[in-house]
Design a binder for this molecule. Structure first.
Ligand code: TRP
Length: 335
């Protein structure tokens, strides 16, 4: 039996926050160290262009996300870590897949449907502001996945449909041409926390409720202090299951420390004290990587060379498979 091949992409449009860390980066880095898995991680900068038309932001975010993964200890000797746009076979495969993916399938993609629905609610033309990039986003994502014969795709719930579309697209190609693609499956890990933000909603840049990952220690303390709580006084029992402070605590603490904090809540720990302990817990995990992040951000040429090496390793796979794909569809030398 071959080992699981794990692959995931991170769209380069923002600065990673604590929710990204707990939900995607930390489990990804753990996978990179797992001997039973082969992992592929990449910066999805072509996907970034769908959402973001600000070149400076796409560029800066690429640097920040790469520095974040490296600072947190991604094992770049085991995992293959690369930038999507360094793999010319990806857009090449995207086109080939575009020519067999059903338009009707793309019509059902959540992101596209949400855009159309918002337009209809506003009384606009249904396709107002909808680019071909947004419409065919799942095909580019299918190319990312199928290019590397990945079996396991760790994603959040919002991306499950895209992985299923990749599977569908692969099946259709395998049936019409040649069995070249591994059928991928989405892996949603329910033990990984979806972190709540300062206001109790899912932590997300679009809600403006995030806790920064690698800002200064002072900013981290300030953000933790801004987590919304209720008006219960010190000494009054507090419900851990209705508290963002406790939810974030349990994403960082081990089982014993989580049980201790649960008891402290029930015994009426003061909010100020709970937040102080929470800050210290998070800071203990992030202080070392924060220094490393600062060093890496000051040395973009090192990061660039790491990505170039990753691209070289990735292209061993992509150029071989793309050669087979071209031949399978009839694009090959005449003699
Ligand atoms: N679309 C994904 C997201 O927004 C990022 C992504 C691009 C991805 N290509 C991928 C994730 C391939 C998994 C596999 O989160």
């Amino acid at each position: 039996m071959s080992s699981a091949r794990v692959l995931t992409g991170i769209t380069t449009t923002g600065t990673p926050h604590l929710g990204n860390y707990v939900g995607a980066i930390r489990p990804g880095i753990a996978d990179s160290h797992d001997e039973t898995k082969e992992s592929f991680f990449f910066l999805a900068d072509y996907h970034a262009l769908i959402k973001c038309q600000d070149p400076a932001q796409v560029h800066q975010s690429t640097l920040e996300i790469a520095a974040t993964w490296l600072a947190l200890g991604l094992d770049i000797d085991r995992a293959i870590f690369y930038r999507q746009s360094d793999i010319p076979e990806i857009p090449e495969l995207t086109w080939v897949l575009n020519c067999s993916a059903a338009k009707g399938l793309m019509n059902r993609a959540h992101a596209y449907k949400a855009a159309v629905q918002a337009n209809e609610e506003n009384g606009d033309d249904p396709d107002f502001g909808v680019t071909m990039g947004l419409f065919s986003y799942p095909v580019l994502m299918a190319a990312d996945i199928l290019m590397f014969s990945a079996s396991d795709i760790p994603v959040g719930r919002d991306q499950v449909q895209h992985v299923e579309m990749a599977r569908d697209i692969a099946q259709r190609f395998n049936h019409n041409f040649e069995e070249l693609f591994v059928l991928p499956k989405a892996v949603v890990d329910d033990s990984v926390a979806v972190l709540q933000g300062l206001d109790g909603r899912k932590m997300s840049k679009s809600y403006n409720n995030t806790i920064p990952l690698f800002d200064s220690e002072k900013r981290l303390r300030k953000a933790v202090n801004q987590i919304r709580t209720n008006l219960l006084e010190p000494g009054e029992p507090k419900d851990p299951d209705d508290s963002v402070v406790f939810q974030v605590w349990s994403a960082f603490a081990d089982e014993a420390a989580t049980a201790d904090m649960r008891r402290a809540f029930e015994a009426g720990i003061a909010w100020g004290e709970a937040k102080k302990q929470l800050f210290e817990l998070i800071n203990a995990e992030l202080a070392g990587p924060r220094d490393e992040y600062a060093r890496l951000m000051a040395d973009p040429s090192h990061i660039e060379s790491v990505l170039q090496r990753g691209a070289e390793r990735a292209r061993v796979h992509s150029s071989a498979l793309m050669g087979k794909v071209r031949a399978a569809v009839g694009i090959r030398p005449l003699a």
